[in-house]
Design a protein around this ligand. Structure first.
Ligand SMILES: C[S@@+](CC[C@H](N)C(=O)[O-])C[C@H]1O[C@@H](n2cnc3c(N)ncnc32)[C@H](O)[C@@H]1O
Length: 212
């Protein structure tokens, strides 16, 4: 299997305007944050950005894939990060200033997702942020067709083949289920987050931030 660098380069071909996406998630991580938890960190694409912005923070990362988390741990910039190979539904610790997740919450269906959101709320400090950069279901079939077309065009312009691009998005509707940005925001409100905002949206991609 390829190294983390190769994996990251391929992965980033699929993320539309990835600097805007990861950069907007990063806007909600503050240099003064002391404790940060990243769920489903993969090979650490987001973690590298967090560490660069918050070099003094205590950062903990969880991922269930042993290969991914090993590759993340081998990145020299992430040598101070605590990596846990495990299921994000068993979220560890308490007293976090921020809990971050990118491109992974859609793997968890209700009722597990609802339980996970409640756990995350419980382990944030007052005023702490839950930053969820995820894929969300479009509200209408028309939106769905437009977003799929735009996403495939973008992957093709990044050098992927049509079958590769189509394979990438084929399982998405099943994963997203009926979880739209609107329903997810309501879920956060119902869980007790005091403010919920949506600072970014591009097609299936959205970032929803809940403040405890
Ligand atoms: C598409 S990758 C995203 C990785 C990284 N967050 C990023 O944006 O590059 C999805 C990640 O979610 C992880 N994952 C899926 N289900 C998980 C679970 N239940 N617990 C922990 N990690 C999980 C996978 O192992 C994978 O690393």
């Amino acid at each position: 299997m390829e190294g983390a660098g190769d994996y990251d380069a391929i992965a980033l071909k699929c993320v539309p305007y990835y600097e805007a996406f990861y950069g907007t998630v990063l806007d909600f991580v503050h240099p003064e944050d002391k404790k940060i938890l990243e769920l489903a960190c993969g090979t650490g694409i987001m973690t590298e950005r967090i560490i660069k912005k918050c070099p003094r923070a205590q950062v903990t990362c969880v991922d269930s894939d042993a290969w991914m988390i090993k590759k993340a741990g081998e990145k020299p910039a992430l040598s101070e990060v605590k990596f846990i190979n495990g299921d994000m539904r068993e979220v560890p610790g308490s007293g976090y200033d921020a809990v971050i997740i990118t491109q992974a919450l859609f793997f968890i269906a209700d009722p597990d997702r609802r339980e996970l959101i409640a756990k995350i709320h419980g382990l944030l400090n007052a005023g702490g942020r839950f930053v969820s950069g995820d894929m969300f279901a479009p509200e209408t079939d028309f939106e769905k067709e437009v977003y799929k077309r735009n996403w495939i065009d973008l992957m093709l312009s990044n050098g992927m083949s049509l079958p590769e691009a189509e394979n990438m998005i084929a399982p998405l509707d099943d994963f997203c289920g009926g979880n739209t940005i609107r329903s997810f925001s309501e879920e956060l409100n119902d869980t007790g987050f005091s403010r919920v905002i949506v600072p970014y949206r591009w097609g299936y991609y959205g970032i929803v931030v809940g403040y405890r």
